[in-house]
Design a protein around this ligand. Sequence first.
Ligand SMILES: Cc1ncc(COP(=O)(O)O)c(C=O)c1O
Length: 392
Amino acid sequence: MDYRFPLIEKLPPYVFAVINHLKMEARHRGEDIIDLGMGNPDLPTPDPIVDKLIEAARNPKNHRYSASRGIPNLRVEISRWYARRYNVEIDPETEAIATMGAKEGFSHLVMALVEPGDKVIVPDPSYPIHSFAATIASCELIKLPIIEGPEATMDALRRLDYSRLQQPKLLVLSFPHNPTTVCVEKEFFEEAVAIARERGYLIIHDLAYADLTFDGYQAPSILQVKGAKDVAVEMFSMSKSYSMAGWRMGFCVGNRQAVAALTRIKSYLDYGMFQPIQIAGIIALRDCDHVVPEIVEVYRKRRDMLIKGLKSAGWDVPSPKGTMFVWAKVPDQFAKLGSLEFAKLLIKNAGVAVSPGVGFGERGDGYVRFALVENEQRIAQAIRGIKMFLND
Ligand SMILES: Cc1ncc(COP(=O)(O)O)c(C=O)c1O
């Protein structure tokens, strides 16, 4: 039998898989590859969170199916966290839902909100699931250029074709932005909310890098805009702020109808996160504010070291105000190659794995993304390799 699965055919193999494969091959040959490819946090989850997980896992009461939308105390803690950080009121009953990471929550939210053929505005380049969730749900993408920064992005949003034919259902935003590291101020969200209200679509804002900000910059929540809950929901991830990537924990807050839709679809799909994880998550949100700056400081030092090192290699790259990434234009002498071929050369000749920008969308070609997920000593080694390669 030769089966065909048209949906799967719409999902190309991850470009990143090519780089991963090359990295594994080189490692099998005994080469030491510094892996700055995937944004997989390397720092341990703070002790109080791990300790609570162990304690809760020993209680048999926590071994049963849990609540799909999150246990009540977790949702209460999420709403307290929003009040404390952003001065935003969230009703834990109707405006908050726990998810198995922002990625799961985001994809199922898109699936819950659209019908086949709906139009979804997504930045290009973007974190892959931001566009592929719409593709999986058989929607049409309207691509929003983002590389030139907030003003140009807002300009493009204003100037989209909003005729009845092109009427979008959703706008996906995410700042600080992966992979471009573009950051915005609250005014950007004020205007986005006003446009969404006028045009009648919903905004999903992914705030995965809420805390990974530097040099005094603070990332706003879209829900700080007055009336934003009428037109927007926000996703948050525990993966970066609390170094809990493997735990699969996040949440979604804001617009009641969207939260109810996600709650409904998830009630069909899952029985909730393992309850000890939810209980440990309460500890993270309630008691661990102090660990976040320590995690951020580690990323800041790595960022500074990489930017300085690249500069000394003759590769001038802007220093990001947010995220755990550095977004670098492919040096002029390699520009013709495109980002995938250049990334292959970096593995082969510098011993450094990065993500080719084209993996995030067409407009990402011409750039590569470094993830700050190796320690300073390894970053120093990466710089030595890059220097030798570029100045060979
Ligand atoms: C923008 C963005 N959203 C979400 C995620 C994943 O979050 P989670 O681990 O909570 O699923 C990432 C991870 O790289 C990301 O870059």
